[in-house]
Design a protein around this ligand. Structure first.
Ligand SMILES: Cc1ncc(C[n+]2csc(CCOP(=O)(O)OP(=O)(O)O)c2C)c(N)n1
Ligand SMILES: [Mg+2]
Length: 329
């Protein structure tokens, strides 16, 4: 990037780039804060951070339109923020407080928003994949033009229910985008150790489903691929697979010391492929924003995140009577 002249830069407006920068930075700072609160004992249970993968969800949200749906795994805070859910409500759910999206009764993996069409948050690996096809079935049935983004990991991509879903989705021509977030690891198991043919998207061919691999660290590449997939689905051509090549910087969850990979590997990714640094370079090299302007954005985002953390600390614990509400029986 350092050797690039403005003439080599992609044709993207300043506002679009600033939007990506803000949205990705919000996820990064929110997750860093969640990690801190976890360390302080204010968040309990499982907590899976999305740091490093921000370009995937931000690029795809830029390709979505009002009414489109999304469903994902337990690594879900970034997806919530990117679709417009409130940082305070997400953070307060992490701390198990009344002001959280599930009134403090769900935690990190169990938040939903009908308003933003966010259908979770699922702790069972790949369980959200058939659910995503079901959401798309409803859209097809209602003929409302909606598209569903169904996110899952490389580990999930080896599960049987994914392929049962591919079959039915293609058979019924469902408007669903299967987004494989290939972050190279499933807990401590690398793709190399688990998978014979690590091109997950190509497996769609067995079902007649089109797809492609995408540089998931480049928000512009993600957005472009997302637009193509969305147009394909909205045109009634059936499902589409996007395999996002990405990387998580932190361990699988807060309790993972990540001894299965070297520090050098992580450092190399951070220094050469960081999705936020990439957009920052485009903004600065293109003459769109000065260091000072970007620092001011950083400050704004930190304020939003700090406010969410204060809210999450001050919101009361749910009342004991809440033990008897929202029970499905
Ligand atoms: C059915 C099932 N099996 C095993 C687990 C334990 N488990 C939780 S996350 C995970 C790894 C999944 O990795 P991947 O799909 O690559 O997603 P990532 O965590 O990398 O985002 C496993 C095995 C589970 N939650 N559900
Ligand atoms: Mg993975």
């Amino acid at each position: 990037m350092a050797n690039k002249s403005p003439a080599d830069l992609p044709n993207v407006s300043k506002d679009e780039l600033l939007g990506y920068y803000r949205d990705m930075l919000l996820i990064r700072r929110f997750e860093e804060k969640a990690g801190q609160l976890y360390g302080m004992g204010l968040i309990g249970g499982f907590c899976h951070l999305y740091i490093g993968q921000e370009a995937v969800v931000v690029g795809l949200e830029a390709a979505a339109q009002e009414g489109d749906k999304r469903v994902t795994s337990y690594r879900d805070h970034g997806h919530m923020l990117a679709c417009g859910m409130d940082a305070k409500g997400v953070m307060a759910e992490l701390t198990g407080r009344e002001g959280g999206y599930s009134k403090g009764k769900g935690g990190s993996m169990h938040m939903f928003s009908r308003e933003k069409h966010f259908y979770g948050g699922h702790g069972i690996v790949a369980a959200q994949v058939p659910i995503g096809a079901g959401l798309a079935f409803a859209d097809a049935y209602l003929e409302n033009g909606g598209v569903t983004f169904t996110y899952f990991g490389d580990g999930a991509a080896n599960q049987g229910q994914v392929y049962e879903t591919y079959n039915m989705a293609q058979l019924w021509n469902l408007p669903v985008i299967f987004v494989i977030e290939n972050n190279q690891y499933a807990m401590g198991t690398s793709v190399k150790r688990s998978t014979k043919s690590p091109s997950y998207w190509e497996r769609g061919a067995a079902y007649g489903i089109a797809g492609e691999a995408v540089d998931g660290m480049d928000v512009l590449a993600v957005k472009a691929a997302g637009q193509k997939a969305v147009e394909y689905c909205r045109a009634g051509k059936g499902p589409y697979i996007l395999e996002m090549n990405t990387y998580r910087y932190r361990g699988h969850s807060m309790s993972d010391p990540a001894k299965y990979r070297t520090r050098d590997e992580v450092e190399k990714m951070r220094s050469e492929k960081d999705p936020i640094e990439h957009v920052r370079d485009l903004l600065v090299t293109g003459g769109h924003a000065s260091d000072e302007e970007l620092k001011a954005i950083d400050k704004d985002i930190k304020a939003v995140v700090n406010e969410s953390a204060e809210f999450a600390k001050e919101s009361p614990e749910p009342d004991v009577s809440e033990l008897w509400t929202d029970i499905y029986a």
